[in-house]
Design a binder for this molecule. Structure first.
Ligand code: GLN
Length: 471
């Protein structure tokens, strides 16, 4: 059987019916990781996974029926899994071994998943192409010469290459959705607070979320039901009903979808306009009602992000000092020099750029002009979105500006930042947004659209996504 072509839901069923054992599946996907090694999607395959799968088979035989029982899963390299390395694709954390497991890893394990590998990423999740990894770039699953997107490029490429039916990513400004789009898979950034961030290395704590990356919307909803929920260890996680699947098959006729005029202006002439337009046609054919809406601050979400995210990153990365658990540089004459030497050697270029930017916007004299202003813009965006959701149930957006670009093609940072034009607003507003492949662009690479929903209304966006997928 060609397990790499099967959906998560299908594989869960096969294991449950004992048509395949967890051990067989795990060996199969590990062999695939080996076979596709040149893509550099995973940084490490966990050798003990097969043993864990064997144990799982015994449990299944004794009646255990977790939602992911026996199925291989890959996690991004910024998610702690006890006893395993977690490097955030940084040289600085080269030898760091997780001392405990993140809530999301524990949730996967509780449902019987076999975590088989950790995926490559941009260092500390800063980037849009996975070219910022200290362990080499990841290649796009569909075109070896192209980037897989980022920062969860390893996770996206892994799912598209069939190295596992499910991978976890994190999304601070688009890092799940943009790579999902570039590799032709489905990825969601859940509502802020939907998933616990405990044990996930923090970049910009007030806007990021962990989310599933899968082949289909149904798989994605299935996986998010496992990951979601309040945890006592993350006070920003929220206790709201978890049900993403019960409406997924319902027709979408009558649903009101907003089309943002500022987005349509921005899109003119961009490659993604094509996917956006044909998505409108497809949704129209399914009886969706369109509402023209306005979000004047949409355009400034990007600059707002590049103040808030570096500011928080500066603070979050302060703990990496060469003393506690990052690699220390020897030969310094005092502790300050130890910090300076270690941090200079440990962090890559983009991370340093963000730290400098963050310190600048937080420094006295500039704090009001930058940080406080960005927070005010964030509030404005939230207010604008509230208005929109009074008249519609979801909003249609493109995911990216175009198809996956070539490795090495974008070299200046600001052009790279602009990659996230359409994904960042959902993070700034804390709203859920899912990316679904829709069309092919001029180079034959996938173009995707996004459905952004009301706070904690993942259920509706999954329903729309599923309907788009089946058209
Ligand atoms: N590309 C964006 C950045 O570099 C988003 C990254 C992310 O979502 N982690 O900050």
């Amino acid at each position: 059987m060609r397990f790499e072509e099967m959906t998560l839901v299908k594989l869960v069923k096969l294991v449950k019916e004992r048509k395949v054992t967890s051990e067989e599946l795990t060996k199969y996907f590990i062999a695939r990781c080996e076979e596709k090694k040149k893509y550099n999607a995973v940084l490490e395959v966990f050798e003990d996974a097969i043993e864990r799968a064997r144990e799982m088979d015994k449990k299944i035989e004794q009646g255990f029926c977790g939602k992911l029982a026996g199925v291989p899963v890959i996690i991004k390299d910024n998610i702690l899994f006890e006893g395993k390395k977690c490097t955030c694709a940084s040289k600085f954390l080269e030898d760091y071994v997780a001392q405990y497991s993140s809530t999301v890893a524990l949730k996967l394990l509780k449902e019987g998943a076999i975590i088989i590998a950790r995926a490559n990423m941009d260092e500390f999740a800063m980037g849009s192409s996975t070219e910022n990894s200290a362990y080499g770039v990841t290649h796009n699953a569909l075109d070896f010469e192209r980037v897989p997107g980022g920062s969860s490029g390893g996770s996206a490429s892994a799912v598209a290459l069939g190295l596992a039916p499910l991978a976890l990513g994190t999304d601070t400004g688009g890092s799940i959705r943009q790579p999902s789009a570039y590799n032709g898979i489905v990825g969601i950034k859940p509502t802020y607070g939907r998933v616990s961030r405990y044990g996930v290395v923090a970049f910009s704590s007030s806007i990021e979320q962990v989310g599933p990356m899968t082949k289909t919307a149904e798989d994605n909803a299935y996986a998010l039901e496992v990951l979601a929920g309040k945890s006592d260890k993350d006070e920003t996680s929220v206790d709201v009903e978890i049900d993403f699947l019960s409406d997924i098959e319902k027709p979408i006729a009558g649903i009101r979808i907003g089309l943002v005029s500022e987005v349509e202006d921005l899109l003119k002439g961009m490659e993604s306009e094509k996917a956006y337009k044909s998505a409108i046609e497809a949704l129209k054919a399914q009886g969706v009602e369109f509402v023209k809406v306005s979000m004047p601050s949409f355009k400034v979400a990007l600059p707002c992000y590049y103040i808030i995210a570096p500011a928080e990153a500066t603070s979050n990365l302060g703990r990496f000092d060469g003393i506690k658990y990052t690699k220390r540089q020897e030969g310094a004459k005092d502790i300050n020099e130890t910090y300076a030497k270690s941090r200079s050697a440990g962090f890559g270029k983009e991370v340093k750029r963000r730290i400098m930017l963050g310190n600048f916007v937080l420094s006295s004299g500039f704090f009001d002009a930058y940080y406080n202003k960005a927070k005010a813009v964030q509030q404005k965006l939230k207010d604008e979105s509230k208005k929109i959701f009074e008249v519609c149930d979801a909003v249609l957006l493109p995911t990216t500006v175009g198809e996956a670009f070539k490795l090495g093609q974008i070299t200046d940072p600001v052009s790279m930042y602009k990659e996230d034009y359409f994904t960042i607003p959902a993070n700034i507003m804390g709203l859920p947004a899912i990316s679904i492949p829709f069309e092919k662009g001029s180079a034959g690479m996938p173009l995707s659209v996004q459905i952004m929903g009301r706070e904690f209304d993942e259920k509706t966006i999954y329903r729309i996504a599923h309907s788009i997928e089946r058209r």
